[in-house]
Design a protein around this ligand. Structure first.
Ligand SMILES: Nc1ncnc2c1ncn2[C@@H]1O[C@H](COP(=O)(O)OP(=O)(O)OP(=O)(O)O)[C@@H](O)[C@H]1O
Length: 381
């Protein structure tokens, strides 16, 4: 158990930036801290780095109090969004910086520093760039230098704050795969802050989803995507769309349609929020199979088809997304009424303050619709 963060709280002028945040990071784990702007991601990172202190809570590393250590003694490597490279230093001098500023007794010999810099530049695939200045590098190359510089001190913990934030989309995507591989080969415990869902889900072993200073959910990308713990998690991770429903006894009612739902919060009557993701609205063939849905707006975007649909008996349109291939297989260009069914539905019962009291993710089989009481598989309460 490498790092144990317990009940961290940080307040700025009455504003709570971190509210009771607890989290354990395993040795060698790659954890993404994901959340919208202002959710507290950087506040958490700054505390771990020693750039700020919490008002309450503790951080232990292998049982040792990390907060009691001065920032320079924490063995933490930092990479920020804006390349904090020294513009007047070459790439090699930037990478060597952390070693050169060590106290005399701890400073490696010049030859050892040189060997270490060469080794690091090889690791970040920038051999041959040692004598360039930051201004002579691309954004992606600068971030790799920043990573090499952070690694030079052989950190026990690597903290990355939106390291690809300032880069264009294609470079970001390339660096994602690269950093993931890099982590796999070196295995340094890493915390990676991002507001980009794809980035977090693609790269991390586990994702910590934050909202308004609190942790909404911690889980593997698969868990967070498949079984969102809160309506916020469903919306933020997978564009879950909220529909009002009701659970009565063992039935989920949604716009006049009914499914079976067992053991949901004791099966008393509950108003619930039902979430459906665009990619879980699956095309079926009419007539007879699926719900009828009127196409309001169809867009073809880079290999996918996106549509606003008015599903029968619903009063608000919802968004759906299919591959071009699925669309072509099921429907012609002139169809304006199509058949769909829901492949997964997340059901939440919450109290007045929005706290989730019960949740379930339903995976209905591909079945005719409406189903009186369908044989839905209940995945989780
Ligand atoms: N030094 C400070 N003084 C006052 N308020 C602060 C300070 N630092 C952070 N905050 C506030 O705390 C909240 C959380 O900020 P934080 O930087 O942790 O968010 P974030 O999730 O990293 O956001 P972003 O993705 O925009 O960087 C914000 O509302 C911010 O305005």
């Amino acid at each position: 158990m490498a790092i144990e963060i317990s009940r961290l709280r940080r307040q700025f002028d009455g504003f709570i930036a971190l509210d009771d945040v607890s989290l354990t990071i395993g040795d060698g784990e790659f954890v993404a801290v994901l959340g919208p702007s202002g959710s507290g991601k950087t506040s958490l990172l700054r505390i771990l780095a020693g750039l700020d202190q919490p008002d309450a809570g503790s951080v232990l590393r292998d049982g040792q109090d990390l907060l009691a250590l001065d920032a320079r003694r924490r063995g933490v490597g930092l990479v920020f969004q804006h390349y904090a490279l020294f513009p007047h230093m070459t790439v090699a001098q930037n990478v060597a910086f952390g070693l050169r500023v060590r106290p005399w007794r701890l400073r490696p010999k010049t030859s050892a520093i040189k060997a270490s810099v060469e080794n690091l530049l090889r690791k970040v695939e920038l051999e041959g760039f040692a004598h360039r200045y930051p201004a002579q590098l691309s954004g992606g190359q600068r971030q790799r230098v920043a990573l090499a510089r952070a690694l030079a001190i052989e950190p026990r913990l690597l903290l990355l704050d939106e390291p690809f934030g300032a880069l264009d989309a294609q470079v970001r995507v390339n660096l994602r795969g690269w950093l993931r591989e890099f982590h796999r080969s070196f295995g340094i415990t890493s915390l990676f802050v991002t507001h980009d869902q794809d980035e977090a889900l693609e790269m991390a072993d586990r994702v910590v989803l934050m909202n308004r200073g609190r942790i909404e959910q911690i889980g593997t990308p698969e868990q967070i995507y498949r079984q969102p713990a809160t309506p916020f998690a469903s919306r933020f991770i997978a564009r879950g769309q909220s529909l009002p429903g009701e659970v009565k006894g063992q039935q989920l009612h949604l716009f006049g349609h009914v499914w079976r739902i067992e053991n949901f919060a004791g099966n008393d009557a509950h108003e619930v929020t039902v979430h459906v993701r665009p990619e879980d609205i699956v095309l079926t063939s009419l007539p007879g199979d699926g719900l009828k849905a009127k196409l309001l707006n169809l867009r073809h975007v880079a290999g996918t088809v996106r549509a606003s649909l008015l599903v029968e008996s619903m009063d608000e349109p919802i968004e759906a997304e299919w591959s071009e291939r699925d669309w072509a297989r099921h429907h012609g260009p002139a169809d304006d009424v199509i058949g769909v069914h829901f492949q997964a539905l997340s059901v939440f019962a919450s109290d007045r303050e929005g706290r989730v009291l019960a949740r379930a993710t339903l995976h209905p089989p591909h079945a005719s619709f409406p189903v009186a009481v369908g044989p839905w598989r209940r995945v989780e309460a």
